[in-house]
Design a protein around this ligand. Structure first.
Ligand SMILES: *Cc1c(COP(=O)(O)O)cnc(C)c1O
Length: 512
C-alpha cells in the first residue's frame, strides 16, 4: 500500500461519536509536521548509530512519508476504531466451521507472564527447561486428546498444518518408493483442503456426498486405487454431521495403501468423546486458535499442530523438544530421522501454545468432555428453535454446528442468506458463516459454541425467527424489506460486497 504525503498542517481535532458515524479519519488526516508518538533515540546497541549499524545500501535517501501524530491522537484513533468493532469479548459470534468463542482471560494472563514471554527463543534449551516442559506436555495432551503417537507444534495455522500433513504423507510414500499422485476430498470440505493438496504437489479427486450429507461410499470405492496417496476428511463434516461410515472409510483407504488425514480445525464437538486415532486416522491437524483459547481472524497468530500415528513420527518437522531418555523431567531437542524439515522458526507460535496448555489444564479431562457436550447440545437446541422458519437440507441431529437454508424464504420473500446475516448484526450478534458449505443453497452455517448461555442462544434463535417473520410480513404488506437494506444501525452500514474487488484503490489521498 502506498500513501500520499500528508498535507502540512492537516491535523484534525480528534473526537468522533462511538456509533452511527462511518467516517473516522485516517491517521494521515491527523498528521501535523513534527509531531511524534514515539521516538527510538538509540539503536539499542551501545555506541552504534543507525548509520553505523545498517549497511549503507539499505538506508533510505529520503525520510519515509508517515503520518506525524502524537501518541494521544494515535491511541484515540485506534481506540475509537476498536469501540466500533464486534469481537468475542462483546457477544456471541456464531461463525460456523471456524469456531469463534469466548476464551478465558486466564489464558491471556499466562501468555503475558514475563517468565514465558520474556524468554528469547535462542535461549539454550538447558536454560529454558520450563518452556520445554510446556511444549512437551502440550504435545502429550494433544496426542492423548486425538489418540495419536506424537505431534509437531510448529505449524502457524490450520492451513500450514494441512500442508505439513500432506508433506508428511508424501515423505511416507516416497520413502517406500511409492509415487502416488492423488488425494481424495469430499465436496463438503473446507476450502483450504483442496488448496493444501495442490500446494503439496497432489491432484485433487472430489468425492460427492450422499443424501444424508455423508461421504458417498460407493463413489469413494470407485475413486480408490494405487495412485491415491490418501484422503482428507473432517469429522464431524462441514455440515456439522458425524460421518457414521468412518470405520469403513478408513478400512477402504488403508486397503489401497492410502493414509487418512483428519482436518481437526474444530475439535470442540469430539473432545473426550471420540478420537481421530481410534477412527483410523494417520495425520491430524488442530487449530489451537479455534478450539483451545486463542481467538482467530484479523491475521493474529494461530497454531496448527499436526499429530501423527507411530509410523509417521520419524518424518515430523524438527528439531522437536522431547523428554530425555535419562530423566523424564529433563528436556532436549531431537531431530527426527527422516524429518521433512522446519515449517516454522524455533518452536512455533509459542504464546498461542502456552494459551492452549493453560486452557487444557484449566478444564482437565472432565471439563473438555463438558465442552463437547455443551457445544453439541447448544447447536441442536438452536436448530430445533429454527424449525419451521428455515429449511433443514440434511435433517439429522448435528454436532457443534448446524447448516440451515434460506432457500424457501428467498422464494417467498426475496430475502437471501446474505440479508439475514446483515440483519442479524442489528440484533447485536455477529453474522454466521454464509454460502458455505457450497453444496447447500443459500446456506447459513451457525455454531453457537459451548461458551454462550441458554439465554443468549434463545435470543439468537429469536432474532433469526424474527428476521424470517418480518420478511414474510413485509412481503405481505408490500412494504420495503428491512433485511434487504440492513444493517442501518451499525457504525458501517451495508457495504457493496464486490466493489472493492472490482475497483481496487490501494492509495489514500487526504485531498480527495
Ligand atoms: C479454519 C479451518 C481451516 C483452516 O485453518 P486456518 O488456521 O484458518 O488456516 C481448515 N479446515 C477447517 C474445517 C477450518 O474450519
Amino acid at each position: 500500500m502506498t500513501q500520499q504525503a500528508p498535507r502540512p498542517g492537516a491535523g484534525r481535532a480528534a473526537s468522533a461519536p462511538l456509533v452511527g458515524n462511518a467516517s473516522e479519519p485516517t491517521l494521515f488526516e491527523f498528521s501535523s509536521p513534527g509531531r511524534r508518538a514515539y521516538s527510538l533515540r538509540t539503536t539499542g546497541v551501545p555506541g552504534l548509530s543507525a548509520k553505523e549499524l545498517i549497511p549503507a545500501e539499505y538506508l533510505r535517501d529520503d525520510a519515509l512519508e508517515l503520518a506525524e501524530v502524537s501518541e494521544r491522537d494515535l491511541v484515540g484513533h485506534f481506540t475509537r476504531l476498536a469501540h466500533r468493532q464486534y469481537c468475542v469479548d462483546l457477544g456471541a459470534y456464531p461463525l460456523g466451521s471456524c469456531t469463534m468463542k469466548y476464551n478465558p482471560k486466564i489464558c491471556d494472563e499466562a501468555a503475558s507472564l514475563r517468565s514465558f514471554a520474556g524468554v528469547h527463543p535462542s535461549t539454550p534449551v538447558r536454560a529454558a527447561q520450563g518452556w520445554m516442559q510446556i511444549l512437551v506436555e502440550l504435545e502429550e495432551m494433544l496426542c492423548s486428546i486425538t489418540g495419536m503417537a506424537a505431534a509437531t507444534l510448529q505449524p502457524a495455522a490450520g492451513a500450514a498444518g494441512e500442508l505439513t500433513g500432506l508433506l508428511l504423507m508424501r515423505a511416507f510414500h516416497e520413502a517406500r518408493g511409492d509415487h502416488r499422485s492423488k488425494v481424495i476430498i469430499p465436496d463438503s470440505a473446507h476450502g483450504t483442503n483442496p488448496a493444501s493438496v495442490t500446494l503439496g504437489g497432489y491432484e485433487v479427486v472430489t468425492v460427492g456426498s450422499d443424501g444424508r450429507g455423508f461421504v458417498n461410499v460407493a463413489q469413494l470405492k470407485d475413486a480408490l486405487g494405487p495412485d491415491i496417496a490418501g484422503i482428507m476428511l473432517t469429522n464431524p463434516n462441514t455440515l456439522g454431521l458425524f460421518e457414521e461410515d468412518i470405520v469403513e472409510i478408513a478400512r477402504l483407504v488403508h486397503e489401497v495403501g492410502g493414509l487418512l488425514y483428519y482436518d481437526g480445525a474444530n475439535l470442540n464437538p469430539i473432545l473426550g468423546v471420540v478420537r481421530p486415532g481410534d477412527m483410523g486416522f494417520d495425520i491430524v491437524h488442530m487449530n489451537l486458535h479455534k478450539t483451545f483459547a486463542t481467538p482467530h481472524g484479523g491475521g493474529g497468530p494461530g497454531a496448527g499442530p499436526v499429530a501423527v500415528s507411530q509410523r509417521l513420527v520419524g518424518y515430523l518437522p524438527g528439531p522437536r523438544p522431547v523428554r530425555s531418555a535419562a530423566a523424564s523431567d529433563e528436556f532436549i531437542l531431537e531431530q527426527p530421522a527422516h524429518s521433512i524439515g522446519r515449517v516454522h522458526t524455533y518452536y512455533g507460535n509459542s504464546l498461542v501454545l502456552l494459551r492452549a496448555w493453560t486452557y487444557i489444564r484449566l478444564n482437565g479431562a472432565e471439563g473438555l468432555r463438558r465442552v463437547a457436550d455443551v457445544a453439541v447440545l447448544n447447536a441442536n437446541w438452536l436448530r430445533e428453535k429454527l424449525r419451521g422458519f428455515y429449511d433443514f437440507p440434511y435433517d439429522h441431529p448435528v454436532m457443534h454446528e448446524c447448516v440451515i437454508s434460506v432457500s424457501s424464504l428467498k422464494k417467498t420473500t426475496g430475502v437471501r442468506a446474505l440479508d439475514v446475516a446483515k440483519r442479524l448484526l442489528e440484533f447485536g450478534f455477529h453474522a454466521p458463516t454464509v454460502y458455505f458449505p457450497l453444496i447447500v443453497d443459500e446456506a447459513l452455517m451457525i455454531e453457537p459454541t459451548e461458551t454462550e448461555s441458554p439465554e443468549t442462544i434463545a435470543a439468537l434463535a429469536a432474532a433469526l425467527v424474527e428476521i424470517a417473520q418480518e420478511a414474510a410480513r413485509e412481503r405481505e404488506e408490500g412494504t420495503a424489506l428491512t433485511a434487504a437494506h440492513a444493517p442501518r444501525s451499525t457504525p458501517v452500514q451495508r457495504v457493496d460486497e464486490a466493489r472493492a474487488a472490482r475497483q481496487l484503490v490501494s492509495t489514500f489521498d487526504a485531498r480527495r
